[in-house]
Design a protein around this ligand. Structure first.
Ligand code: F6R
Length: 621
């Protein structure tokens, strides 16, 4: 949520910053802006509401040569305070125009700070929470104990701020220095040769360096072209940071011939699942990435909570069926945003599995913190190395999908489902609820899935055709049972967020308790059928549900296993998926729903990578 970048080095800073914003635009696209230090005491700022393309057009119009310099910063916004207008676009400046700031997060105490500034006669030029920070730094620099000291002025102000934020400051008097700070929202340093970067995401600088440093909580970093110095908000240098090497390359952050990242990411799913499984079954045992929980601690668990948001939450709903089945532990799946507000019963013997692609979702992070305060054990399933959620967890399993740039989760969702199943097997193994040979068999079934996903992906053209045909439909319903129910929820979410179409997912058994009233002539209803072999009873019940809706005029689109002839008479459109063990079926049945949503969105003329009002990672509660 909001992408920020800072650069000090030897290149044209404008080019570096604009390219970084392009790679981080998935974090927010309400506005974009840049500030360049010209090295002669000048600070040039340009900002524009809307997509980065608007800013670029503006830069072309005013002339890019006005922004010459080798240090600068940039911002791509997801609006929280203040409408997405030019006036609210970052960077914000103080009255002299010599200090600038960009910000990700929310400064929660901005109202009293704003009142204080106004009282002192400062005129604020935007409706944002951010702007107070730049005026406060300018004032601390102008007079008082930190006068003339840019870094100390920034630290003094940071100590006064409440909330979650990453802030980056530039000062025209200090053309070779950028100061940045983080609390809860992400900030990484890229360490180059004679150049330094700071950004919300390594994608911003992957082109130039793979050496990165993840900052910890409440830290300040000062970059110059040859150094980065990290301290806490008091200036104490004795603080933990986490250097790491980025293990994916530039190609992963490019579209690779596809019109949209999302389409590329759908195609990448077999690899994403295979890479997520790789290395986790060693000498007949499931192993996690960072296991700071002993087998004894896993044996002592008597209850599991899964906490997550959005698609990650749906992956948790799928996991519940397998974890309960394999471990006989009760599993509750909770929306992270609700979890801590209802006083859940947690103690040392509770395992909280926190699922987050980004590892920085504020609701999930706060749920993790709440769980830890209550002494629960926390296991993170995450796609971003070293992000805050895995850092605060007791154990980690990474989904290894590489960067997911399309705002709608696809490959990360499939990888999460695979990773969650590994967590279930790890628990079953530690607790002895499955014999080692059973764990091995389940793992082998899982390891066979990437090939089936790949096979399925070659059969998606009829799904695209159907999507084009149904793209004018006012609504679509999705039905499923058992693990097909969360798949129905995910299918509906994808269609809502990408195609802005009214879509609802239901447990098919609930239909007759209300939702069946929605069925009318021609309404498309997508039904996820369970395996006729693995779930024969459910299969026949769902067949009855399909008959009921067909009798009321619904247009039925049925996702069923190959060879399931019983559904054919009731399917106006049949989408076949390879057969698989029941608990693994969501790894397949989700795929046509992703393709369907993307194609409907494209037919309706929408940008599937950047759905309106959304951002890739949600770092505010
Ligand atoms: C939907 C989607 C979102 C995310 C949710 C959680 O396609 O991508 O619903 O799943 O915002 O994000 P993470 O997994 O980063 O915590």
């Amino acid at each position: 949520m909001c992408g920020i970048v800072g650069y000090v080095g030897h290149r044209n800073a404008l080019d570096v910053v604009v390219e970084a914003l392009r790679r981080m635009e998935y974090r927010g696209y309400d506005s974009a802006g840049i500030a360049i230090l010209d090295g002669r005491g000048g600070l040039a700022v340009e900002r524009k509401a809307g997509r980065l393309a608007n800013l670029e057009a503006e830069l072309d119009e005013v002339g890019r040569d006005r922004f010459a310099g080798t240090a600068g910063m940039g911002h791509t916004r997801w609006a929280t305070h203040g409408r997405p207008t030019d006036r609210n676009a970052h960077p914000h400046r103080d009255a002299s125009g010599r200090v600038a700031v960009v910000h990700n997060g929310i400064i929660e105490n901005f109202a009293p700070l704003r009142a204080e500034l106004e009282h002192a006669g400062v005129e604020l030029a935007s409706d944002t929470d951010t702007e107070v920070a730049v005026h406060l730094v300018a004032r601390a620099y102008a007079e008082g104990p930190t006068a003339g000291d840019f870094v100390e002025s920034a630290r003094t102000v940071l100590r006064r701020l409440e909330g979650a934020f990453t802030l980056v400051f530039a000062h025209a008097d200090h053309p070779g220095t950028i100061v940045a700070a983080r609390r809860s929202t992400p900030l990484v340093v890229g360490v180059g040769d004679g150049e330094m970067f700071i950004a919300s995401d390594v994608a911003a600088f992957i082109e130039f360096t793979r050496d990165a440093v993840e900052l910890g909580q409440d830290q300040v970093v000062v970059i110059t072209k040859d150094s980065y110095v990290v301290t806490d908000f008091d200036g104490n240098p004795d603080v933990p940071t986490q250097p790491f090497t980025i293990d994916w390359d530039l190609a992963a952050a490019e579209k690779g011939g596809h019109d949209y990242f999302m389409l590329k990411e759908i195609e990448e799913q077999p690899g994403a699942v295979a890479d997520t499984l790789r290395g986790h079954f060693v000498d007949g045992r499931i192993v996690l990435d960072e296991q700071r929980l002993s087998d004894q601690e896993l044996r002592d668990i008597d209850k599991v909570f899964v906490v997550a948001c959005g698609s990650s939450y749906h992956s948790g709903l799928v996991a519940k069926y397998a974890i309960e089945h394999w471990t006989r532990l009760p599993v509750e799946v909770e929306l992270a945003s609700e979890f801590r507000y209802r006083d859940p019963v947690l103690d040392r013997s509770t395992l909280v599995v926190a699922i987050s692609q980004s590892g920085e979702t504020a609701d999930t992070l706060e749920a993790v913190r709440h769980a830890k305060e209550q002494k629960a054990r926390v296991l993170a399933v995450c796609n971003t190395n070293g992000a805050q959620i895995p850092r605060e967890a007791d154990a980690v399993l990474y989904t290894r999908t590489g960067p997911e740039i399309g705002v709608a989760s696809t490959k990360a969702f499939l990888a999460q489902m695979a990773a969650n199943l590994l967590v279930g097997l790890a628990l079953a193994q530690a607790r002895g609820t499955k014999y080692p040979d059973e764990v091995a068999r389940e793992y082998e079934d899982l390891a066979a899935m990437p090939e089936r996903i790949a096979q399925l992906l070659t059969t998606m053209e009829p799904v695209r055709e159907l999507a084009r045909e149904l793209s004018a439909s006012p609504a679509v319903l999705f039905l499923g049972r058992h693990v097909g129910y969360p798949v129905a929820l995910e299918g509906a979410l994808k269609l809502k967020e990408l195609a802005y179409m009214h879509a609802e997912g239901f447990a098919a058994g609930e239909l007759k308790h209300g939702p069946i009233a929605l069925i009318e002539d021609g309404l498309p209803v997508i039904v996820v059928m369970p395996s006729p072999k693995g779930r024969a009873v459910l299969h026949s019940k769902l067949l009855s549900n399909i008959r009921e809706i067909q009798a009321r005029g619904a247009r039925t689109v049925v996702i069923a296993e190959e060879g399931d002839e019983t559904v054919r008479p009731f399917a106006d459109h049949l989408i076949e998926i390879p057969s698989s063990p029941s608990l693994l079926q969501p790894l397949l049945s989700t795929v046509p729903l992703q393709v369907f949503a993307a194609e409907v969105a494209q037919s309706r003329g929408y940008d599937v990578d950047k759905p309106r009002n959304l951002a890739k990672s949600v770092t505010v509660e």
